[in-house]
Design a binder for this molecule. Structure first.
Ligand code: HEC
Length: 218
């Protein structure tokens, strides 16, 4: 009993913190700002996120393929594996930083375990797998989550051509032995082999805050 009585003043002290004039002003401004954001037309915002996602994924893909082709020309396919191992993620990070978004590639058959789908990506990736298995087209998508404060743009990544099969195709046939050894050395849990042209390789996943999307609409 004595203990409880002793705790009461402490409890009130905690409650009263934050009720001063300056803090409530900040809260008021914050609410005001977020009300401005919610006034934006939803359909227009989704459309803006779709357009932006298309542009960013294209830019990221061009950056990756451009440097990949250069690396193959300079160091050969096996050398390029090492290059991808070191450079792929920093290239995506650079694009992420440029636009203040989070650009990733996610795949159930990942080579780099960092690309394993996150919880919020798995359901969408499942849909792309289903579409592929049933010969349905997969369109890019924008989904809202975290109370609508975050927008997730996704786009299926398919194997467009033979270049990819040098490192993602049939071992011993399309993937040369030397290349295979390098893949096994760097990625002991690799799941990204045995693909054919047209296969689903994964998806682009671009996480944007609603705030950033709205900023771009202004
Ligand atoms: C020189 C070998 C090489 C070629 C050619 C290549 N890749 Fe990869 N790919 C890799 C490596 C290595 C990684 C893992 C990169 C990392 O560690 O971040 C990877 C990762 C990926 C990922 C990320 C998911 C995962 O498995 O980790 C996708 C998607 C992908 N490649 C698609 C493609 C496509 C599409 C092509 C053809 C345009 C292609 N790759 C050509 C070596 C290659």
């Amino acid at each position: 009993m004595k203990k409880i009585i002793y705790l009461i003043p402490v409890f009130f002290a905690i409650l009263s913190c934050g009720s001063n004039e300056r803090v409530s002003r900040e809260v008021f401004d914050e609410v005001n700002k977020s009300m401005k954001v919610t006034k934006v037309n939803e359909a227009e915002m989704i459309q803006a996120a779709m357009k932006w996602g298309n542009e960013i994924s294209q830019e990221a893909q061009d950056a990756l393929i451009g440097t990949l082709q250069e690396a193959i020309a300079e160091k050969g396919v096996t050398g390029a594996i090492e290059f991808c191992n070191v450079e792929a993620l920093p290239i995506l990070q650079e694009v992420s930083d440029k636009y203040n978004v989070e650009v990733r590639r996610a795949s159930f058959d990942y080579r780099n375990p960092v690309d394993a789908p996150k919880e919020y990506e798995a359901g969408i990736l499942d849909t792309y797998v289903y579409n592929m298995e049933n010969n349905l087209e997969s369109e890019p998508s924008v989904q809202k989550f975290e109370n609508g404060d975050v927008l997730l743009y996704t786009k299926a990544i398919k194997i467009p051509g033979g270049l990819c099969l040098n490192c993602h195709g049939e071992p011993g046939k399309e993937i040369a032995q030397e290349t295979l050894n390098k893949i096994d050395e760097l990625y002991p849990e690799d799941k990204a082999k045995g693909h054919q042209i047209g296969d689903l390789r994964g998806m682009w996943s671009i996480r944007m805050t609603k705030k950033e999307v709205v900023k771009r609409m202004e």
